[in-house]
Each structure stands twice: as C-alpha cells, then as structure tokens.
Design a protein around this ligand. Structure first.
Ligand code: SF4
Ligand code: SF4
Length: 56
C-alpha cells in the first residue's frame, strides 16, 4: 500500500521536497503520490499543513 493525498490538499508543494524517493508530483488541483514509488515513510504526512496525505 502507499500514502494517498486527499482532496484537502491545497497544493502548497511542501511535501514534494520531503519525499525521499521523489514519489510526489503536482497533479490537477492537488498533489499526487506515485504508489509504485512510495515507501510509506510518512514524511509527507508529517510536513503537510492540512493533513492531506493519508496512509491507505
Ligand atoms: Fe514519499 Fe514517504 Fe510520503 Fe510515500 S510516505 S509519498 S515515500 S514522503
Ligand atoms: Fe498538498 Fe499537503 Fe503536499 Fe501541500 S504538503 S502539496 S497541502 S499534500
């Protein structure tokens, strides 16, 4: 499984720089996580100001 960014995302971009495997990119209206790259470290969730990344 991987982390998934919910619609709460405000596209601030903070999580992208924190991801150790470069799994996060800007999507359409929110940032998105490549599930094939995510190693579930939780760094994105710890950085996000609105708690948008969720462990699935
Ligand atoms: Fe990247 Fe870790 Fe977030 Fe997965 S949980 S997207 S590896 S920062
Ligand atoms: Fe979206 Fe949170 Fe990432 Fe900012 S840190 S781009 S609000 S998921």
């Amino acid at each position: 499984m991987a982390y998934v960014i919910s619609d709460e995302c405000i596209s601030c971009g903070a999580c992208q720089a924190e991801c150790p495997v470069d799994a996060i990119s800007e999507g359409d209206g929110k940032y998105v996580i490549d599930a094939d790259k995510c190693i579930e470290c939780g760094a994105c969730a710890g950085t996000c100001p609105v708690g948008a990344p969720k462990a699935e």
